[in-house]
Design a protein around this ligand. Structure first.
Ligand SMILES: *[C@@H]1O[C@H](CO)[C@@H](O)[C@H](O)[C@H]1NC(C)=O
Ligand SMILES: *[C@@H]1O[C@H](CO)[C@@H](O)[C@H](O)[C@H]1NC(C)=O
Ligand SMILES: *[C@@H]1O[C@H](CO)[C@@H](O)[C@H](O)[C@H]1NC(C)=O
Ligand SMILES: *[C@@H]1O[C@H](CO)[C@@H](O)[C@H](O)[C@H]1NC(C)=O
Length: 255
């Protein structure tokens, strides 16, 4: 009986070793096309009035300006588009597979049913819940996206006012404590001096809100295949150059 047990143990050990060898081999095989770069979701938005004129072809409904994709990719991360007009379970699922979200700038209205703002509120609430449970999940809002963050944070109250700051160069007025903020804590004093003393920021705003890092979670797609199916590479980009601004590219979506 003892001998039998030992034999079984040896057989088990051999099986375990073979399994280890197979999994190491398969990890090595996949190494060439798998990496640990974070994946960032970018929220799509309805085509702007302007883009609708440039692309009168009605099958396009939403877009991401490719500059957002480029700067995420320039920083070494990858991008998946996040659709508007879906239910909370879609946003929940996608946020649990990615490492952060960007709300891009643009000109979408917040009052469109199932539009940019409704999607933003779902994402904001889910991210807030994740952070509350110590699961670090960042959202970055730029321009309209930053307005969307303030809109979501205030419980869907639009507290923006109309303002006109079009093609305007301005310096920054720093608030007390800015040097402890995430954005400026590592900025050198000469950069701060330039931002404070020189008109180096470009502004294009129709609305204003007046005065009143590294990867920190381990979310991932369950498989490289699932990841590949979601990545932005599945969609072609179009240069807007021939009909409009040069340099800029757009992803145009039929959904
Ligand atoms: C959310 O939408 C998906 C399809 O996009 C559907 O399968 C699912 O049942 C919906 N969930 C809820 C809670 O409505
Ligand atoms: C949404 O807001 C815009 C700008 O304030 C307005 O022009 C438009 O009529 C509104 N649309 C709806 C459906 O309320
Ligand atoms: C992510 O995974 C790495 C390696 O498994 C681990 O060291 C790290 O603590 C994890 N981070 C979080 C936030 O869970
Ligand atoms: C291109 O965009 C500018 C504004 O940026 C606009 O004035 C112009 O009419 C556009 N051209 C076309 C062909 O849509």
């Amino acid at each position: 009986m003892k001998l039998l047990n030992t034999n079984i143990k040896i057989i088990l050990l051999i099986i375990i070793e073979i399994n280890l060898i197979i999994s190491v081999a398969s990890a090595l095989k996949h190494k060439s096309h798998y990496n640990q770069r974070p994946i960032i979701g970018i929220l799509t938005q309805q085509l702007s009035h302007h883009l609708k004129q440039v692309y009168p072809d009605l099958k396009y409904k939403s877009y991401i300006a490719a500059s957002y994709v480029k700067f995420i990719e320039s920083a070494g991360a990858r991008v998946v588009p996040i659709w508007t007009g879906r239910n909370k379970s879609y946003y929940n699922k996608i946020l649990n597979k990615i490492n952060g979200v960007i709300f891009p700038g643009g000109s979408a209205f917040f009052n469109e049913t199932n539009g940019y703002a409704d999607a933003g509120i779902h994402i904001y609430n889910i991210a807030k819940e994740m952070n509350k449970q110590n699961d670090f999940f960042p959202i970055m809002g730029i321009c309209l996206g930053f307005e969307l963050l303030t809109y979501a944070a205030s419980g869907a109250k639009d507290h923006r006012i109309r303002c006109s700051s079009h093609n305007q160069l301005l310096s920054l007025k720093f608030e007390p404590g800015f040097e402890k903020s995430k954005l400026f804590c590592d900025a050198s004093s000469d950069i701060i001096d330039i931002l404070r003393d020189e008109d180096v920021t470009i502004n294009f705003h129709r609305y204003c809100v007046t005065k009143k890092a590294t990867r920190k979670n381990n979310h991932s797609f369950p498989s490289t295949r699932d990841e590949e199916n979601h990545l932005i590479y599945n969609y072609p980009t179009y240069y807007t150059g021939p009909t409009n601004s040069s340099f800029e590219q757009c992803y145009l979506f039929e959904k």
